[in-house]
Write a protein that binds this ligand. Structure first.
Ligand code: ADP
Ligand code: MG
Length: 299
């Protein structure tokens, strides 16, 4: 392609709301045949809201929410923001937390000072609570499965050596996602859904946007998102990845073409070749059309 054509393409991209890192990016955009889509914040709005709190037997729902909110106040994750907003609305002020730590792809942990001592708090996947010897009892496990079947993302809450409840947040698909996915398929691309969330929720979202259950990779740890991209590449695929989160950055950098949601984190944007300013998947379709048109006419 001539430099002039590529520059024109880049300028046209900006008008469409596509920020292109360098003119050469259009070359890889043109040849992509597989598109891996992160779920939360990419296919869905990522604006989760608090749906439900379930306390373990003998525990108080408001206390479960208050403590979960306190811990999540230090996290930027969409799940965390929903819990904090819901907790402030329902229980008011939240206690201080010390020693906050994010356990990537699993949840968060920290210490809540109480009297002279402090209590270890954990919020996240049941496996993270299990690591702290806080397994979920049958009642909480059932509540979790029920919430997931209803399309909610449920996280477990534990402190002081015991699982104390679950908090359920719910996220909705972006209105434009089903159309975008059908158009991507129309352009000959194979859409794949990739998420750290569980299989039940992932399949519910996939069904809503028109992705087959066989094209869903769920329960994928952040580091393993890269492995999914690499495996597709080793099968000879030219892979685009669309994501928004810190946990997508490595996969975005590994993909032949990384597309970041402009509404996402800076880390994801930096790791990507293209930024979709409005965070609308339909603009990914525009980007691929633009690249084909720009390069097609001058080959
Ligand atoms: P996605 O790939 O869909 O963007 P993540 O990899 O960010 O999801 O998170 C995977 C799972 O880890 C979440 O579904 C949740 O169970 C747990 N998790 C991650 N961060 C948090 C947090 N701040 N609070 C509670 N749970 C979390
Ligand atoms: Mg995400």
């Amino acid at each position: 392609a001539t430099p002039t054509a590529l520059m024109v393409g880049t300028g046209r991209g900006a008008q469409l709301g596509i920020l292109i890192k360098g003119p050469e990016v259009l070359e890889s955009t043109r040849t992509v045949d597989t598109i891996v889509l992160d779920k939360t914040g990419t296919v869905t709005t990522g604006r989760m809201t608090l749906r439900e709190v379930v306390a373990a037997e003998g525990e108080d729902e408001a206390e479960v929410l208050r403590r979960a909110g306190a811990l999540e106040a230090a996290s930027e994750h969409p799940i965390a923001r929903a819990i904090v907003t819901g907790a402030r609305a329902r229980v008011g002020d939240l206690p201080q937390v010390d020693g906050f730590a994010n356990v990537e792809g699993l949840g968060v942990q920290g210490l809540i000072p109480e009297g002279g001592a402090s209590t270890t708090m954990v919020v996240g996947r049941p496996s993270l609570l299990a690591d702290w010897s806080m397994p979920l009892d049958a009642h909480l496990q059932e509540a979790m499965v029920r919430a997931q079947q209803d399309g909610g993302t449920a996280v477990a809450v534990g402190w002081d050596g015991q699982a104390r409840g679950i908090v359920v947040v719910a996220d909705a698909i972006k209105e434009t996602s089903p159309q975008a996915i059908s158009e991507l398929r129309g352009l000959g691309l194979r859409p794949i859904l990739l998420t750290g969330d569980n299989e039940v929720v992932a399949r519910a979202v996939a069904a809503e946007v028109g992705i087959a259950a066989e094209e869903v990779f769920a329960d994928v740890m952040p580091a393993d998102k890269v492995a999914v991209v690499e495996r597709l590449q080793s099968q000879g695929k030219v892979v685009a990845m669309v994501g928004d989160g810190v946990n997508d950055a490595a996969a975005l950098a590994t993909a032949d073409l990384g597309l970041a949601m402009g509404t996402g984190t800076d880390v994801a944007i930096e790791a990507s070749d293209l930024t979709l300013v409005r965070g609308d998947l339909r603009v990914a379709v525009d980007a691929i059309r633009l690249a084909r048109r720009t390069l097609g006419t001058i080959k």
